[in-house]
Design a protein around this ligand. Structure first.
Ligand SMILES: [Zn+2]
Length: 361
């Protein structure tokens, strides 16, 4: 096993603080680098208590109004999801759509990839994050897997798939009705490609698999390791790419098409625990993406999910994606990953803890 390099760089600066009678203060900035891709994130301990100021509070009245105003014409509600959404031609998907439990998969009218199904997760027009169940997510992910399996059978070159969620408008959702979407193509999009290139280079350089090494290293260090839940290893990344980022890495499989239904259930259960953590912190809006590469295990790729919370919803809310994220591709850390992991562990070990192995910090 090769060593994973967790690089951090510290610097100090001096200011005269107007909120402290212009007294001279020394501030510290810590820059962290992602061990695989070297993407940076920055932590300033003075900003630690600013999460509430930056993210504000969700306006429950505004959310209620948004839910009420959008329910009447929602194409994901009631019969509309089976009558008003785009269908696939019969030779691709007999019946045009796929269904499992409350989940319904159909074609996106405005595709962003050669394969871009949308999957509505619930009959309910609106669910708070803690009302989204492992069944909602598990059935939705199972439909994505089924679609991918069938599409890959027709086109074996279809190697790259992602399943993503935008929840509420600050996360980019255009409809509040809970849904996820899958992109599948013969070429990976930017970050997906960087991950695959990164693990391939790592294998050439070290002769070992990056994600296997990362899991082993994080487990032995313990501080950012949240727990093992079935085949999934839950970790707070050292250098996060979004607010309160948590990731889950599959033990061995790289292809969503080969992930078992049980593993999708376990992943869904873990996601609902992270959503409970976010809601407990006062955050509702979130994004997640599950990355899959067919055949990627040979170079050390693993199926992995990344989930981040987004800005809270209130009138004139401030976007959480500014120059630092969009143009410097860097992230601000308000909650240290080591502290986040400790907090998340409580959600993973609350209630029935079956199947979860805890790692001592
Ligand atoms: Zn709806």
């Amino acid at each position: 096993m090769a060593d994973i390099n967790f690089e951090r760089f510290e610097s100090t600066l001096r200011i005269l603080n107007p909120f402290n009678n212009f007294a001279e203060e020394e501030h510290r900035v810590e820059v962290r680098k992602d061990p695989l891709l070297h993407d940076t994130s920055v932590y300033n301990p003075f900003l630690r208590d600013k999460a509430k100021a930056f993210f504000g509070r969700n306006d429950e009245e505004l959310i209620r109004k948004l839910v009420d105003e959008t329910s009447a014409n929602c194409i994901f509600c009631g019969d509309s999801v089976r009558t008003r959404t785009a269908r696939y031609p019969e030779d691709l998907i007999p019946g045009g759509r796929l269904e499992l439990g409350e989940a319904v998969l159909f074609a996106n009218l405005f595709a962003l990839a050669p394969h871009h199904p949308v999957i509505v997760l619930s009959k309910a027009h609106f669910l708070r994050p803690t009302e989204i169940t492992p069944s909602h997510l598990g059935d939705g992910l199972s439909l994505a897997r089924r679609y991918l399996q069938e599409a890959t059978e027709r086109d074996p070159a279809l190697s790259f798939a992602t399943v993503s969620a935008n929840y509420l408008q600050p996360a980019g959702a255009s409809l509040v009705h809970p849904h996820i979407q899958m992109l599948a193509a013969t070429m990976p999009y930017t970050y997906h490609a960087r991950l695959l290139d990164g693990v391939s280079s790592y294998m050439v350089q070290h002769g070992t698999h990056y994600f296997a090494d990362l899991i082993a290293e994080e487990r032995s260090r313990g501080k950012r390791f949240i727990g093992k839940h079935g085949a999934w290893n839950w970790i707070a990344p050292f250098s996060p790419m979004g607010s309160n980022e948590i990731m889950a890495i599959h033990n061995e499989e790289s292809d969503l098409g080969r992930i078992t239904v049980k593993d999708l259930r376990d992943l869904s259960d873990g996601i609902t625990r992270v959503l409970a953590l976010y809601e407990g912190m006062g955050h509702l809006s979130f994004n997640f993406t599950l990355y899959s590469v067919k055949g990627g295990e040979t170079v050390g790729f693993r199926c992995l999910l990344k989930i981040v919370n987004r800005q809270n919803l209130y009138p004139n809310y401030r976007n959480d994606d500014y120059f630092l994220q969009k143009l410097l591709q860097s992230e601000l850390i308000l909650n240290l990953p080591e502290d986040l992991a400790a907090e998340t562990r409580m959600y993973f070990h609350a209630g029935e803890a079956k199947g979860i192995e805890q790692e001592s910090p």
